[in-house]
Design a protein. Structure first.
Length: 48
């Protein structure tokens, strides 16, 4: 249902790009919540 509605607005390549972008966000958000990096700090030493 949702796919059919969205497919009417985007071509196949744009729809695939959108799904990949959403998938990447859904992959990295839990990692960021677990790691709790400090803003503005280096990734190599974020907890000092």
């Amino acid at each position: 249902e949702l796919y059919a509605e969205v497919a009417g607005h985007y071509d196949a390549k744009a729809l695939a790009t959108l799904m990949i972008a959403i998938g990447q966000v859904n992959f990295f958000v839990p990692i960021a919540l677990i790691a709790k990096p400090l803003p503005g700090r280096s990734f190599t030493d974020p907890w000092n």
